[in-house]
Design a protein around this ligand. Structure first.
Ligand code: 5AD
Ligand code: SF4
Length: 461
């Protein structure tokens, strides 16, 4: 491919982005960068930037604090360069809107999760008039990017685009959530479930594959309820089938399915679709049925374990990962031990564990103070959970020792190759002496595993 512009000739101004939170936020950041790409190129430090975008997360209180910490650190920059534009997006922006502007004079605009297409005009207006702007209107349809970004791009666009070298394509298939878990801020910040038109999803995947993507990571809050709000309805399993037929899509993943929405055709996918990775991230949240009830999770642990059994039957090497919340109000030692029991039965490859944190406008706020779990107890339970999970992760990873696994190469810096196995385990490898293979990003390489830790594998090819 001939690049029409080299870095030296690229006269676009700099935009620096900081993304907090989940992959949905990463995806939104990518969209913002793409929308700005005509005029702005991504830079890696705030000092080089004329525009700074902060994409916030409010799923836990700690994540929200990070916004204010970062704004504090940017203050001197804005003082020396009053032309600098600072925009705040993401879930905190959607939730707090005007309050952010009131609380912090550094911020030029706030853009909510339903108004990403407004980012270029918010930036432009900020350059002209320094009155802070707030765009947080709710919209109940899918917000697609302007057509010119979805059309088949020409070479120059590929060079300018921000995701051209990404082997893994993040693709949102759904926005918002109808589940109303009592601890969760997402239905408040992202709104009701809206599924995206399957034609648009396939178009975006085709485009990203043309740009070098080999793995597709579908994003949604409850991906397996995708399509129930479309007319005509589209099944998640049908969507996966169609994605698997796109040439060069070597791996398909998705996050996250909801256990209460798991049906037979979903489980069958793991047998039917060879490119669907043998990995599932299936949030458990708690192993106590009483706590699951209080969380409004609408399944019991027995059903969860049954799903796990069925998945293992269809796909014996499946890696299972999960999310667990520790210290939900009223959680007793017995409840916690029940969680550990489920963890022992499933033997997760990895677990994201979080201490419960109170979130605005969630119904779990109705618990009384004396029903909240003390910090030391939460911490103690978290450590115990993580110890157990670490043992399981290590034993899974050791089982790959001296075996050959397939790794999709995601980075090739200084002859150290990094990527992931089909099971989503991080792998670092180097070439054996005499190995002449030319290894590029996006290749799938057979790696012999030589070392295993709870966090990943090392090997050679
Ligand atoms: N406190 C702690 N963890 C939470 N999560 C969501 N809301 C909260 C909260 N209020 C966790 C859940 C979810 C993950 C993305 O974040 O485990 O699956
Ligand atoms: Fe939040 Fe529950 Fe929806 Fe997940 S399923 S986004 S935890 S409300």
């Amino acid at each position: 491919m001939t690049h029409f512009k080299t870095e030296e000739l690229d006269s676009r101004k700099g935009v620096y982005v900081k993304t907090f939170g989940c992959q949905v936020n990463e995806y939104d950041t990518e969209k913002m960068l793409m929308l700005l790409s005509e005029e702005y190129k991504r830079v890696l430090t705030p000092e080089e930037a004329e525009v700074i975008l902060i994409n916030t997360c409010s799923v836990r209180e700690k994540a929200e604090h990070k916004l204010h910490g970062l704004l504090g650190r940017l203050k001197p920059l804005k003082e020396t360069n009053p032309e600098l534009v600072i925009g705040v997006g993401g879930c905190v922006a959607q939730q707090e809107g005007n309050n952010i502007i009131k609380r912090n004079k550094l911020v030029d605009f706030v853009v909510g999760t339903h108004n990403i297409s407004l980012v270029p005009s918010l930036v432009k207006n900020s350059k002209i008039d320094r009155t802070p702007q707030v765009a947080v209107d709710y919209r109940d349809e899918w917000e697609e990017l302007p057509d010119r970004f979805d059309a088949m791009p020409d070479e120059s666009y590929i060079v300018k685009s921000t995701f051209n070298s990404s082997v893994r394509a993040l693709v949102a298939i759904q926005r918002g959530c109808d589940k109303m878990c009592t601890y969760c801020v997402v239905p408040g910040t992202r709104g009701k479930q809206v599924s995206r038109d399957p034609k648009e999803i396939l178009k975006e995947i085709n485009l990203k594959v043309r740009m070098g993507a080999r793995e597709v990571l579908l994003l949604g809050q409850t991906v397996n309820s995708y399509g129930v709000d479309l007319n005509p309805r589209v099944k998640f399993s049908k969507l996966i089938q169609e994605i698997s037929e796109i040439p060069n899509v070597k791996r398909i993943r998705f996050i996250s399915p909801h256990p209460a929405e798991v049906k037979k055709d979903f489980i069958d996918l793991y047998k039917k679709i060879p490119s669907l990775c043998p990995h599932i991230h299936l949030p458990l949240q708690s192993g106590s049925d009483r706590i699951l009830g209080l969380m409004n999770r609408s399944y019991k642990t027995s059903r969860y374990l049954q799903i796990v059994e069925e998945l293992k039957e269809k796909c014996p090497n499946i890696a299972i990962t999960t999310d667990i919340i520790i210290g939900f109000p009223t959680e007793t030692e017995e409840d916690f031990l029940e969680t550990l029991e489920v963890v022992k039965k499933v033997k997760y490859h990895s677990v994201f564990s979080f201490k419960y944190s109170k979130r605005p406008k969630t119904s779990a706020l109705e618990f009384h103070d004396d029903q909240e779990i003390q910090e030391e107890i939460k911490q103690n339970r978290l450590v115990r959970l993580q110890e157990l999970v670490g043992e399981h992760a290590l034993s899974h990873n050791k089982s790959y020792l001296n075996k050959e696994i397939e790794v999709l190469v995601e980075s090739t810096l200084e002859n150290i190759y990094k990527g992931r196995s089909q099971e989503n385990v991080h792998v670092e490898f180097f070439k054996d002496e005499g190995q002449t293979l030319d290894i590029k990003m996006g290749d799938i390489i057979k790696v012999k595993v030589l070392r295993a830790s709870p966090h990943g594998l090392k090997g050679t090819c």
